[in-house]
Design a protein around this ligand. Structure first.
Ligand SMILES: NC(=O)c1ccc[n+]([C@@H]2O[C@H](COP(=O)([O-])OP(=O)(O)OC[C@H]3O[C@@H](n4cnc5c(N)ncnc54)[C@H](OP(=O)(O)O)[C@@H]3O)[C@@H](O)[C@H]2O)c1
Length: 328
């Protein structure tokens, strides 16, 4: 099967605004015990051909990515324009996306991002600097600036992001993350000039969410799959079918989990603190239509969502376990 392998890092997806996004991206949520290791992860990934880096103000990894970028640019490995860099505005900064963006740009050491996403469709109670990032009441529940279920303040954030795109050169495209059909229906009619080009959501064979995928695709919104391995411990890689296909195509299970999205014209961002692993996850096995359907079927029969944080309370996603305001 090796003769059928393409390179995942060279696949690009078309965005509705005429730009493109590399389908495979590197996730940069840092490991708790060694956040600085993100620098080496980015360097290893870019040297291996990755051209898409996904980060967020909230992750606390942007300064380490900035150090990596400086080294990569100084050594002439890549130029800024070779890379596609995404950052996000967190809900506690909902009132000041440009301030959040400016901090991200300063830490990253660049003067624009390719994609600026609204991290969640909610408004948390943060101060001028977006602090605290997870404001809590005495009972542990989140402190909102707006009703998380029916409130519409989060749309003001997107309007400000539209202004940023309109008025200056700090962002090339804008989009959203963790927007359910319910939120998109509330939000899309309110978009002024720039439709979101991307909706970044949890997606993998155990969580197909085909209705949401279809909804976005029919409106020209590219899906980017986060937690494609299910996050810590990579539970998705335990799916027997993924391992059978990895053997058949002589690739790693990671590459099957990525190919599931890329061959369906979706982006996918996964992370690893293991540098040797980063170097062995860039091949694109050409799974058949039948195999893609079989992978999809895994989650139709037994859906499982791995990210069920309180931020998702009431925003319209199915299988959000612990549907409460205080389970962070
Ligand atoms: N928009 C959002 O709200 C949102 C939410 C979550 C994530 N994201 C983005 O999506 C990215 C990826 O998602 P994620 O961070 O949840 O993680 P993920 O990519 O689904 O999984 C990463 C985990 O899988 C492990 N892993 C990878 N390959 C493995 C293998 N072959 N065997 C065993 N373990 C393996 C990694 O461990 P090692 O480090 O040891 O390799 C790591 O713990 C994030 O970094 C972030 O950029 C966005």
């Amino acid at each position: 099967m090796t003769e059928q392998l393409d390179v995942a890092t060279s696949v690009k997806l078309q965005l509705s605004n005429g730009r493109t996004i590399p389908a495979l991206g590197l996730g940069t949520i840092p490991p708790d015990d060694n956040p600085g290791s993100v620098k080496d992860q980015v360097i290893a990934a870019v040297k291996e051909g990755y051209r898409h880096i996904d980060t967020a103000w909230y992750y606390g990894s942007e300064k380490y990515i900035g150090e990596a970028l400086k080294e990569l640019f100084d050594e002439g490995v890549v130029k800024r324009e070779d890379l596609f860099i995404t950052t996000k505005v967190w809900p506690s900064f909902w009132h000041s996306p440009e301030k959040s963006l400016d901090i991200s740009l300063k830490d990253l050491g660049i003067d624009y991002v390719d994609l600026f996403l609204q991290h969640w469709p909610i408004a948390l109670h943060g101060n001028d600097n977006g602090q605290p990032t997870t404001p809590k009441n005495a009972d542990g529940s989140l402190v909102y600036d707006d009703d998380p279920v029916n409130g519409t303040k989060y749309i003001e954030t997107y309007h400000k992001m539209e202004d940023i795109l309109d008025n200056n050169l700090k962002v090339k495209s804008i989009g959203v993350s963790n927007f359910s059909i319910h939120k998109l229906e509330q939000f899309l009619p309110e978009v002024r000039s720039y439709k979101p080009v991307v909706n970044q959501i949890e997606l993998h064979p155990q969580l197909p969410q085909q209705d949401l995928v279809d909804y976005c695709e029919s409106r020209g919104i590219v899906i980017v799959a986060y937690s494609p391995l299910g996050g810590n411990g990579a539970p998705v890689l335990e799916i027997p079918l993924i391992n059978e296909l990895a053997k058949k195509y002589m690739v790693t299970p990671n590459e099957i989990a990525e190919a599931y999205h890329i061959l369906n014209n979706r982006g996918v961002i996964s992370r690893s603190a293991n540098l040797s692993r980063i170097k062995t996850i860039t091949r694109l096995p050409r799974l058949t239509e039948e195999e893609l359907k079989q992978l999809y079927q895994v989650g139709v029969e037994d859906p499982k969502r791995y990210n069920c944080s309180s931020y998702g309370y009431g925003i319209g996603f199915r299988w959000w376990d612990g549907h409460s305001l205080c389970n962070l």
